[in-house]
Design a protein around this ligand. Structure first.
Ligand code: ADP
Length: 636
C-alpha cells in the first residue's frame, strides 16, 4: 500500500516535471546519460531520440561550447552550476536556422543514498525575448546618446513646464548660453522662444502629450543670450511614460535661410534683368508649357502682358497664333514643330534663326532673330528651352537698304567701267601702232586695275543677287579634273611668286555651273597665294570619296593660317580676320561668302582646316552623280 502511494506520488512528481514550464532533464552517471527530458526540453532538442544516450553522443552540436566541461565539473565537484543569460548559438532543428538564444539555468548535482553524486538535474528557462528587448533598449539609448554627443544637431531635454534640464554643446552654442548658465537654471523654453512662436510651441507640447511626438518638425525662432534671432527647425518627442519630459531636436537653419534670402535676391535681380532686357525671353518645357515670359516677349507674341501669356490656355494660344503668319528668310511658312525652340529640344543643341512675323489682325510685321538654347537635366536630356527673341526689323530694313545700295551702285559702276575698258583697249591699239611702249606699259597696268575693279563689282553684284535669291546657275555636265587643271593654269599664269601643284584626280563628272565653280577655285587659289607671302608653293589635292559619293578639292597653302575661332565665321559676308598682322592684306571679305553660297547651291560643302601660323587647307566637296542620275539628267 505504502509502496503504491509512494509510486503514485512519484508519478505525480514525474507528471509535474514533464509539464513544467521550464526545460528539465536528468543526466545519470559520469557520462551524463539522458534518463529523463520533459516536453519543453524535447521541443528544444527537436524531438530526437536522446534518452539512454550520453549527452556527448546525443547532442554533438554542443561540442566546443563548454557545456560538457561544466557538466563534468558539476559531476566531479558536486557543486551546482548556475548560468545567467547564457547565450547559445546553434543551428536549431526546429527552425533549421542558426540562432542565438539566451538561457537561465541550473546544473544541480543529485546524490545517491551515500551522498555520492550520481547525476545532474538540468533546469533551464529560455530568456531570449527578455534579453533581446533589453539589448534593443540599450542600443536605442546608446544611439540617442551618440546622437546627443555627436553635436550634429542641437538636443535638449526639457520638462513640459519649459525648464531645460540638459542640453548638448551644439544646443548651448546655438543659443549662446554656457553649461554654467544651464546648471544655474537660466535656460527655459519660453524664455528662449521668440514670443510669436509661443503658441506653436504650446501646440507642440499638446501634441507630444497626446501622441508621444511632434508629427512634423516646424520652423521657429530662438532669441539667443544676446537677443539675436536664430531661425531653427525643431522636432520633439516624449521621453517618459508620463510624457512630461521631452527631448527636443533642433537644427540651426541660418545657412538655409541665408540661402533662401540670397536666392530670392538673385531671382529678383534676374527677373529685373529679364524684364528690362530689350529682347523677348521665353522659357518652355518639352510639353510646350510656358514657364517664363517677359513683357517684351508677350507683346511680340500678341499678348497684352506676360501674365496674360503665362495664364493663357491652349485654346487662347491657338487663337492668337492663328493671326500670325510666320515665315523664314526664304518666305516659307514655318510649321509649329519647326519653331526654333521645338527644334532645339528635339535636336539637343542651340538653334538660331531669322523669322518674319506678320500679324494679320494689326498688319504689323517684324523680323525676329530667335536664339533657342536647350537646357539639359542631369541625365543629359533636353528638358527646357530658353528662347531669346530680338526684334531686328530696323536692322533688317537697314540691311535691305544697304543691299539695294550696293546693287544699285555696282550696276551704275558697271557701265562707266566697261567704257573705260573699251577706251583703254582703243588707246592700247593706237599706242601700239605709234610704237609708244611706255604708254602701252601704263595702259596695260591700267587695264589690270580695271580688271580688278570689274571683279570687285561683279562680286558685289553677286552678293546682292544672292541676297535676293536671284543668283542663276547654268548647270551642265562637266569633267571636274579638267576644270581644275584649266583654272590652276590660269591662276599660275598670273603669279610669279608661287608654284601651284596638282596632286591626284577625282575622275568625277559633275553637274553644275562650271563658271561659278571656277570662280570658287580661283578665289581659293588667290587667297592661298595672298595669305602665304613667305611661301612658294600651293598644293591642290583632288580626291574622290566613293563612300560619301563626293569629289573633294583641297587647296593647301603654307601661310599665316587661321585661328580656330574664325573657322566658321570667315564664310560670313564681309568677315575678315582682323588683327595687326592681317590688316596688311587687302580685300573685302566677300570671296569666301560667295564661294560657299555657290557650293551650297550645288548641294556641296565647304570647310577649312587650319591653325594660326600653320597654313590653311580649304576644301570643297561636291556630290557625285550616280549613273542613273546622269542618264536621267541627260535624257530630254
Ligand atoms: P578677302 O577678300 O578678305 O580675302 P575672303 O572672303 O576671301 O575675303 O576671306 C575672308 C577672310 O578669311 C580673309 O579676310 C582672311 O582673313 C581669311 N582667309 C581666307 N583665306 C585664307 C587663307 N588661305 N589663309 C589665311 N586666311 C585666310
Amino acid at each position: 500500500m505504502a509502496q503504491q502511494e509512494a509510486e503514485a506520488a512519484r508519478r505525480q512528481i514525474f507528471e509535474l516535471l514533464m509539464q513544467a514550464p521550464a526545460m528539465i532533464a536528468f543526466l545519470r552517471g559520469p557520462q551524463h546519460v539522458y534518463e529523463l527530458a520533459n516536453q519543453l526540453y524535447m521541443e528544444h532538442v527537436g524531438q530526437r531520440p536522446i534518452l539512454g544516450q550520453p549527452i556527448r553522443t546525443a547532442r554533438p552540436e554542443l561540442a566546443g561550447l563548454g557545456i560538457f566541461e561544466f557538466l563534468d565539473q558539476v559531476y566531479t565537484t558536486g557543486q551546482p552550476f548556475v548560468g545567467h543569460e547564457m547565450a547559445l548559438e546553434l543551428d536549431y532543428p526546429q527552425t533549421g536556422q542558426r540562432e542565438k538564444r539566451y538561457f537561465n539555468f541550473v546544473y544541480q548535482p543529485t546524490r545517491d543514498g551515500e551522498g555520492i553524486v550520481d547525476g545532474i538535474l538540468i533546469h533551464a528557462v529560455e530568456v531570449t525575448a527578455q534579453v533581446q528587448r533589453r539589448l534593443k533598449i540599450q542600443e536605442n539609448e546608446s544611439r540617442l546618446q551618440r546622437l546627443v554627443n555627436s553635436n550634429v544637431i542641437g538636443v535638449s531635454f526639457t520638462h513640459a513646464n519649459g525648464t531645460i534640464m540638459e542640453a548638448n554643446e551644439r544646443f548651448l552654442h546655438m543659443v549662446g548660453y554656457t553649461r554654467a548658465d544651464l546648471a544655474a537654471g537660466m535656460l527655459n523654453w519660453s524664455r528662449l522662444t521668440a514670443p510669436e512662436y509661443a503658441a506653436r510651441d504650446r501646440e507642440a507640447v499638446q501634441e507630444i502629450r497626446r501622441d508621444g511626438a511632434v508629427s512634423h518638425p516646424y520652423e521657429k525662432e530662438y532669441t539667443d543670450k544676446h537677443g539675436n534671432r536664430i531661425p531653427v527647425l525643431v522636432g520633439g518627442a516624449a521621453l517618459n511614460a508620463a510624457r512630461d519630459e521631452i527631448v527636443t531636436f533642433v537644427i540651426d537653419i541660418r545657412p538655409q535661410k541665408q540661402l533662401e534670402r540670397d536666392l530670392r535676391t538673385a531671382k529678383g535681380q534676374l527677373e529685373a534683368i529679364l524684364q528690362n532686357a530689350g529682347d523677348g525671353i521665353t522659357v518652355h518645357d518639352i510639353e510646350g508649357h510656358m514657364l517664363y515670359v517677359n513683357e517684351v516677349a508677350a507683346h511680340m507674341c500678341g499678348f497684352p502682358s506676360a501674365e496674360a501669356m503665362l495664364r493663357a490656355s491652349h485654346e487662347e494660344y491657338q487663337q492668337i497664333l492663328k493671326h500670325f503668319v510666320i515665315t523664314d528668310e526664304n518666305g516659307h511658312i514655318l510649321k509649329p514643330e519647326d519653331f526654333p525652340g521645338r527644334r532645339a529640344l528635339r535636336e539637343g543643341h542651340g538653334i538660331q534663326q531669322m523669322l518674319h512675323y506678320h500679324d494679320s489682325l494689326t498688319e504689323h510685321s517684324a523680323w525676329v532673330y530667335i536664339k533657342s538654347q536647350p537646357i539639359f537635366n542631369e541625365d543629359g536630356q533636353a528638358q527646357l528651352v530658353v528662347n531669346v527673341l530680338a526684334d531686328v526689323s530696323e536692322q533688317q530694313a537697314l540691311e535691305q537698304r544697304k543691299n539695294e545700295f550696293i546693287s544699285m551702285a555696282s550696276h551704275e559702276l558697271k557701265t562707266p567701267i566697261t567704257s573705260l575698258k573699251g577706251f583703254t583697249s582703243v588707246l592700247q591699239r593706237r599706242m601700239a601702232k605709234q610704237g609708244d611702249t611706255q604708254a602701252q606699259h601704263y595702259l596695260s597696268r591700267m587695264d589690270a586695275q580695271l580688271n580688278k575693279l570689274t571683279r570687285l563689282i561683279s562680286d558685289l553684284l553677286d552678293i546682292s543677287r544672292m541676297q535676293s535669291g536671284k543668283l542663276e546657275l547654268r548647270a551642265e555636265l562637266f569633267d571636274l579634273d579638267n576644270l581644275i587643271e584649266e583654272t590652276v593654269e590660269n591662276v599660275q599664269a598670273a603669279t610669279t611668286t608661287h608654284r601651284l601643284l596638282i596632286e591626284g584626280n577625282t575622275g568625277a563628272r559633275i553637274f553644275g555651273d562650271q563658271e561659278r565653280l571656277a570662280q570658287v577655285y580661283i578665289n581659293l587659289l588667290t587667297n592661298a597665294i595672298k595669305y602665304s607671302p613667305q611661301a612658294d608653293t600651293v598644293r591642290v589635292c583632288l580626291l574622290r570619296d566613293d563612300e560619301a559619293q563626293q569629289a573633294i578639292v583641297g587647296v593647301q597653302d603654307f601661310g599665316i593660317g587661321i585661328d580656330k575661332s574664325h573657322h566658321e565665321r570667315i564664310f560670313e559676308r564681309f568677315y575678315q580676320v582682323t588683327n595687326a598682322e592681317e590688316k596688311t592684306y587687302p580685300g573685302l571679305g566677300i570671296g569666301l561668302y560667295i564661294s560657299s553660297e555657290i557650293v551650297a547651291r550645288h548641294q556641296g560643302r565647304m570647310w577649312v582646316e587650319s591653325s594660326k601660323g600653320k597654313g590653311s587647307t580649304f576644301y570643297v566637296a561636291l556630290p557625285l552623280l550616280t549613273q542613273e542620275e546622269h542618264t536621267k539628267m541627260l535624257s530630254p
